[in-house]
Design a protein around this ligand. Structure first.
Ligand code: GLY
Length: 377
């Protein structure tokens, strides 16, 4: 596209991660003219760097709005994945067999027991495992004090998801512009009317959806500063001759995700959590800490070789909750960002909520995630 070019759409989506692509796909399928601008290549940042875990309960420190939204999204995943697979012919390898949380010492076991109790009060199914029952569930796990199996947990192949969403959004009619960095919101008569990209091109639309993950706060022209910051995560993939982990395991120090079942024993280990801005790259310290934590959880992993290591930037917010909904001060601007550790889990429900925001119908679930909670920040 040449400099200074103008294009018109109903909706401009800023950001080509899972959230932006899924919203773009839904909106385009509903007949809206959608343009998506992505500073790099679609799906290549946090979506690709993620572990693909779908963990509403394991990622909730306590019952609350995140748990409810996460459970809603978890329930949407089977039909969401099936539709995407049908539209694209790609296999997302959705698995919903749960997750085993491991307590490696007595205080951790106490914390696990408390989590199990409040989860059960919330109506969520868990199983407490010790001794032989724990060994039977995951024979290679360390001789842990206890384990808590969570039923509502799973994983999806997030790298294939990135391809599937890009393909499905394009097939639905969304115009995807890779290498187009949104620079400024354009407003007129007190409402949004488009964006200008770094090359000077203007893209007009009635609605701008801000879904740029950790980069969201960089857009000029926002009505107030948006406190979304990068929280770096490093991950490593370990290869073994045979599969050693059956289901996703988690200790207080790491999670282990069995991956690529066609190749036997590939296990993804995650993740560091670092406040280092946008400093890219894995570090020896980060990788070593993950390898140590993995071997503590599953001793056989001490002999695994490192097949790959990578890093990415989670979009963190001050309260750890995503920012979803219409901007309170700037009509036409809608936020879908700040999904922190759970962008993949929350993709289907966020896309659904965004469609309601664009349609103007709203949704009572949006309350705790509203951008207006940062009005005084
Ligand atoms: N979803 C887990 C993480 O961000 O590390």
């Amino acid at each position: 596209m040449s400099n200074q070019e103008r294009t018109g759409s109903d909706v401009i989506v800023v950001g080509g991660g899972a959230i932006g692509l899924a919203a773009a796909r839904r909106l385009a399928r509903a007949g809206r003219r959608v343009t998506l601008v992505e500073r790099g290549r679609p799906g290549e940042e946090a979506t690709r760097a993620a572990g693909g875990m779908l963990s509403p309960l394991a990622e909730s420190p306590e019952p609350g709005p995140f748990l409810r939204l996460g459970l809603d999204s978890f329930a949407l995943w089977p039909s969401f994945a099936a539709q995407l697979e049908e539209e694209t012919g790609l296999n997302l390898d959705l698995r919903t067999e749960g997750k085993l949380l491991l307590a490696l010492d007595t205080p951790a076991a106490e914390r696990l027991r408390r989590r199990g109790k409040w989860a059960n009060r919330e109506g969520l199914s868990t199983s407490w495992l010790e001794g032989a029952s724990l060994r039977e569930r995951e024979p290679t796990a360390a001789a842990a004090v206890a384990g808590l199996h969570l039923e509502c947990d799973g994983q999806v192949d997030n790298r294939t998801l990135a391809h599937a969403l890009t393909r499905a959004a394009a097939a639905a009619g969304c115009v995807i512009l890779p290498g187009a960095t949104a620079h400024t919101l354009i407003t007129s008569a007190g409402r949004v009317c488009g964006i200008r990209t770094e090359d000077g091109s203007e893209h007009t639309a009635d609605v701008v959806l801000l879904a740029a993950g950790a980069w969201s706060g960089r857009l000029s022209g926002l009505p107030r500063s948006l406190p979304v910051r990068p929280v770096k995560g490093q991950m490593v993939a370990l290869a073994l001759e045979t599969a050693v982990v059956r289901t996703t395991l988690e200790t207080e120090a790491c999670y282990l995700i069995p991956r690529d079942h066609r190749q036997g024993g590939l296990v993804w280990v995650g993740a560091t959590s670092e406040e280092v801005g946008f400093t890219r790259g894995t570090t020896l310290e980060g990788r070593t800490s993950l390898l140590r934590a993995a071997a503590q959880a599953v001793p056989a992993l001490a002999h695994a070789s490192e097949a790959e290591a990578w890093d990415g930037f989670r979009p963190g917010t001050p309260d750890g909750l995503p920012v979803i909904g219409p901007d309170p001060d700037l009509p036409g601007l809608i936020h879908a960002t700040g999904h922190f550790r759970n962008g993949i889990l929350l993709t289907p429900v966020t896309a659904e909520l965004i469609v309601r925001c664009v349609d103007g119908t709203g949704d009572p679930r949006l309350g705790p995630f509203s951008p207006d909670r940062f009005s005084n920040v």
